[in-house]
Design a protein around this ligand. Structure first.
Ligand SMILES: Cc1ncc(COP(=O)(O)O)c(C=O)c1O
Length: 443
């Protein structure tokens, strides 16, 4: 049987439109093929199909993959993923190497952020779910029967999702003119139902760090838990601080911060499936642990959401942290810093364009400068279209285009700025592309 037949009526080619790809895909889901496809045929077909997917190595993509541009790190990751591919950390005592690696990852995370307790999860969303659930349970224990979560409107949608799943009411507060959470607005939203207040380090849309010291202090005064979402900043900010950047206080050294999420699969450069959720102390962490002893199969004890847990992300995160070491994180952090500064300066030098707000980290939005006359004649949507046509993959937000910088972007600063300058001078009418972040796959 040919690979094309195994993968559907029609094999994928890179010239296909999105509609054709969907049709080819739907033709392939009529059931498991009666006969298996030869390994090499299947792999060859996938290699061809992949040529049409977003290329993250070339420096023209700005989200979804954090390209360390470090071939030796990639080699180590491929090998370690293969070694631990089939192992399962459901029962950590069966695979002692995974157990040791997990414990060491948590030790490294606790030391980096000055945390009291930590757990390894599959990603930022799981870390956030667990922190919200922990706060809800602690709220229940303190007599809060219908808990709320207070966050700025820039907090990641994973908090809205967690609240939705967990029956917590989310109260969103306005941000200040600089895009940062507004402590007065948060103060006004806190009441006897508040189970958790959330701040970001930094927020995704604008890359700014909320006024964590101020918000955490008011939480402490009011006896309310305060979570720092450092999914993005966690594994970059400590190294930027060491490189001499002005990083405002944001981790557990800030009094009043009680929990934190930080993703190893973002600026920790591990491959997907690794994040950390942390707590100031064991008392709070206890609410995250689930125990069930009424099952004929035996006692079920777990501190995170998954049952079966794949070994590769644990091994991958451990290998990445140990292979890079502080020196490696500083080296990659410096490259991110260079790329970020180059891109920001280049964008701000184009007449009529402006980086939004004053980002504290390596991600930001840019748009037209409404205060400049040339800015008012530009369309950021249409500029995005020209950039798309030139092969760049900038994400679109409500107010502009979004850039998330990785080490590999230090090689494209000049060509990006030159194409953006061209786009600003030569764009026509906007095609009306959507502002999309996630997506739903239905069948
Ligand atoms: C600030 C922030 N928090 C949370 C998340 C969710 O992380 P994940 O996509 O790993 O679930 C993201 C993802 O980009 C993020 O930027």
């Amino acid at each position: 049987m040919s690979a094309a037949a195994g993968l559907g009526e029609r094999a994928y080619t890179s010239e296909m439109s999105d509609t054709e790809i969907n049709l080819a895909a739907s033709a392939s889901i009529q059931g498991i093929p009666a006969q298996g496809v030869q390994g090499d045929d299947l792999l060859d077909a996938l290699r061809i199909e992949r040529q049409g997917d977003l290329d993250w190595r070339g420096g023209k993509a700005f989200s979804l993959v954090y390209n360390s541009d470090d071939p030796e790190l990639e080699r180590v990751q491929h090998e370690v993923a293969a070694i631990f591919l089939h192992e399962n950390a459901l029962n950590p005592f069966r695979y002692k190497t995974l157990l040791r690696m997990e414990s060491e990852i948590l030790g490294m995370a606790k030391a980096l952020f000055h945390a009291g307790q930590a757990a390894l999860t599959s990603g930022g969303t799981e870390s956030i779910f667990l922190a919200v659930m922990t706060a809800r349970e602690r709220g229940f224990a303190h007599g809060i029967s219908s808990p709320t979560l207070v966050c700025a409107e820039t907090a990641h949608p994973a908090f809205a999702k967690a609240c939705h799943y967990l029956g917590v009411e989310m109260i969103r507060t306005e941000v200040s003119a600089d895009g940062r959470a507004n402590p007065e607005a948060m103060q006004a939203a806190i009441d006897e139902r508040t189970a958790l207040v959330v701040v970001s380090a930094p927020c995704y849309p604008f890359g700014v760090i909320d006024p964590i010291t101020e918000v955490a202090a008011l939480c402490e005064t009011r006896g309310v838990l305060c979570h720092v979402d450092a999914c993005l900043g966690g594994y970059l900010l400590p190294f930027w601080e060491a490189l001499g950047q002005a990083v405002p206080p944001w981790d557990f050294r800030v009094p009043g911060v009680t929990s934190m999420s930080a993703d190893i699969h973002k600026y920790g450069y591990a491959f997907k499936g690794a994040s950390t959720v942390m707590y100031r102390d064991r008392d709070l962490y206890q609410y995250q642990i689930f125990m069930y002893d009424s099952w004929p199969g035996g006692l079920y004890a777990s501190s995170t959401a998954a049952g079966t847990r794949p070994g590769s992300p644990i091994a991958g995160a451990w290998a990445t942290m140990n292979h890079l070491g502080i020196e490696g994180y500083m080296r990659l952090g410096q490259r991110v810093l260079n790329a970020t500064n180059g891109l920001k300066d280049g964008i701000n030098s184009i007449d009529g364009l402006k980086v939004t707000s004053n980002p504290d980290m390596s991600l930001f939005e840019f748009g037209v400068d409404p205060l400049s006359e040339s800015g008012r004649s530009l369309s950021i949507e249409a500029i995005g279209d020209v950039m798309d046509d030139r092969g760049w993959n900038l994400d679109r937000q409500q107010g502009g285009l979004h850039v998330m910088t990785s080490p590999g972007h230090d090689k494209i600063v000049e060509s990006f700025v030159s194409d953006l300058d061209f786009a600003a001078k030569n764009h026509g009418a906007a095609r009306g592309e959507e502002h999309m972040y996630g997506g739903v796959v239905s069948s």
